[in-house]
Design a binder for this molecule. Sequence first.
Ligand code: SF4
Ligand code: SF4
Length: 322
Amino acid sequence: MNQSSNATILEIVRMSTEDGPGIRTTVFFKGCTLKCAWCHNPESISIRPQLCWVGSRCIGCKTCLSVCRENALTLTETGMQIDRTRCTGCGDCAEECPGTALELMGSQWQLDDLVAEVIKDRAYFETSNGGITISGGEPTIQAGFASQFLKALREKGLHTALDTCGQCSREALEQTLPYAAMVLFDIKLIEPEAHKKLTGHDNTRILDNLLYAADYIRAHVYPSEMWIRTPIIPGATATHGNISGIGQFIASHLDGVVSRWELCAFNNLCRDKYLRLDQSWAFADESLLEKSFLEELAETAKHSGVDPDIVFATGATRLSGY
Ligand code: SF4
Ligand code: SF4
């Protein structure tokens, strides 16, 4: 097994109620194998730590400029320019910034430290039947560490969940699956060409890995269940044809394995993240989905051949006409 004693972690989010059953602590690994056009976590795509600047906190002292040995920073009238070809992500400037205007997204964690950090929330897990979810990015990129982390938590009697996009090696899946109590698996688009156009890869490997994970669950006590999640993105995944096609795939191939299929409504809360990373985002001006449209898609899902009781629509929506 590919072992690793440390990993690049983007953040640890406590009190999550969206990444599996009960109250959960979600550990977001940095690095992703897909590049979805609508990505809500652009800071998770690169496995490297990334610097960002929050203008409203900057007092203009220029300490950061003198600290940076790579000459990667320039403070102009329009704001801080970060030369990302020079920045190594060392974090020295962020440490010295008196206004906390510079932030390094992503840091290295040792296995024992990360385990100790998440089990601080044990009381919440026990009272809510919750646990720990590893997500990203794509946690299987760092499969050696991810599997050791899940294993350590399992040995402490904690519930674990693996949240994966499925675009990973079979070996990475084999390493992590045995230590996950459940699997959260994304199916974004059923059409291979559309999948390739909007995420950078077709879905051949993803669906193949999904079938492997389903067979693994059927043959083992652990993991015990799978949730499917579909992001509902206007102009991309949010069509009746796509939802119907995904439902037919679940009904045909994942019977008895999937206990929940979530249609997760698009939101634009990540707009500022793109700005801080100096990146444009094609969905920046997109508004929330209309409530009635999400409900219609949920109806399509319920009539696609799956058990209607496993279909749930989640996330904020807007009223029609607003
Ligand atoms: S050190 Fe921080 S507050 Fe000072 S100029 Fe740099 S970013 Fe702004
Ligand atoms: S993170 Fe390091 S290399 Fe990058 S700008 Fe800051 S001090 Fe310079």
